[in-house]
Design a protein around this ligand. Structure first.
Ligand code: NDP
Length: 247
């Protein structure tokens, strides 16, 4: 593993499990100190903190509901204070709650927009004044921003399209400070949210050119690249990582 992120200070929201946990581990393996947030799974969060420490970096976990703007802003402020600054913010926390419009899913709409969009907005607003020039903001969106292969995903897809829009605007807002803002759009990735042996998988796998689900570590490798100096001319981009799912 390289030391591309040596000395960098990073926050990963929803870093206790799945893609966020893999990103937190990868950033630490490449030299960053990492604070993660989580919703409620303290044991899983502590395991990731232990993995960050085992990589020789400083790790810390903060319980904060991303959908609660006050809690989200407080968590970002606490994390930056703990880290002694902020270079990298990864908005990973997200939920999927599929429901057809035929069921009038107003609660599902509020829940998904709360975590997937409001949390990203509040967290970025809190982070920008604390972030060093040349920093990185990376949002975990989804290919569902532009492709929807199964029913029930309208709201989820809309949340992911919304964050892609925010990313393009923020890239303009923050370009003069050298802060790069990008969205990673995964296809099906094997996590608790979308297990490779779950019900969705039977429908989704035949549509993936590579014929398999992705691994959280594969998404983490892209996040680490975007966080590094090697990505210095990439901003406002929406990058699919989907094994050829949305071709
Ligand atoms: P998981 O359900 O496996 O993990 C979700 C993580 O987010 C956990 O750490 C969880 O914390 C945290 N989290 C959930 N809700 C909140 C909240 N309200 N506040 C703070 N943290 C929260 O999901 P994935 O790893 O699969 O998904 C991560 C991101 O990737 C999401 O944004 C998702 O939309 C996106 N994505 C996933 C795909 C997939 O196929 N898996 C495909 C495309 C995009 P805790 O452990 O405490 O519950």
């Amino acid at each position: 593993m390289s030391n591309r992120l040596e000395g960098k200070k990073a926050i990963v929201t929803g870093g206790s499990r799945g893609i966020g946990a893999a990103i937190a581990r990868r950033l630490a393996a490449e030299g960053a100190d990492v604070v993660i947030t989580y919703a409620g799974n303290k044991d899983a969060a502590q395991q990731i903190v232990a993995a960050i420490s085992a990589a020789g970096r400083s790790g810390h976990a903060i319980q904060a509901d991303s959908a609660d703007a006050t809690a989200q802003r407080a968590a970002i402020a606490e994390a930056a204070k703990t880290l002694g600054g902020l270079d990298i913010l990864v908005h990973n926390a997200g939920i999927a709650d599929f429901a057809s419009i035929e069921t009038d899913p107003a609660d599902s709409y509020a829940k998904q927009f709360g975590v997937n969009v409001d949390g990203v907005f509040a967290g970025t607003a809190a982070a920008v004044p604390l972030m060093a020039d040349g920093g990185r903001i990376i949002v975990i969106g989804s290919v569902n921003a532009h492709t929807m292969p199964i029913p029930g995903g309208a709201i989820y897809g809309a949340t992911k399209a919304a964050v892609a829009g925010l990313v393009r605007g923020w890239a303009r807002d923050l370009g003069q400070r050298g802060i790069l803002v990008n969205v990673i759009q995964p296809g099906p990735i094997d996590t608790d949210l979308n297990p490779a042996d779950g019900d969705w998988a039977k429908t989704l796998i035949p549509g993936i050119a590579l014929g398999r689900y992705g691994r959280a570590e594969e998404v983490a490798a892209l996040a680490a690249f975007l966080a590094s100096e090697e990505a210095s001319f990439i901003t406002g981009a929406a990058i699919d990582i989907d094994g050829g799912f949305s071709l």
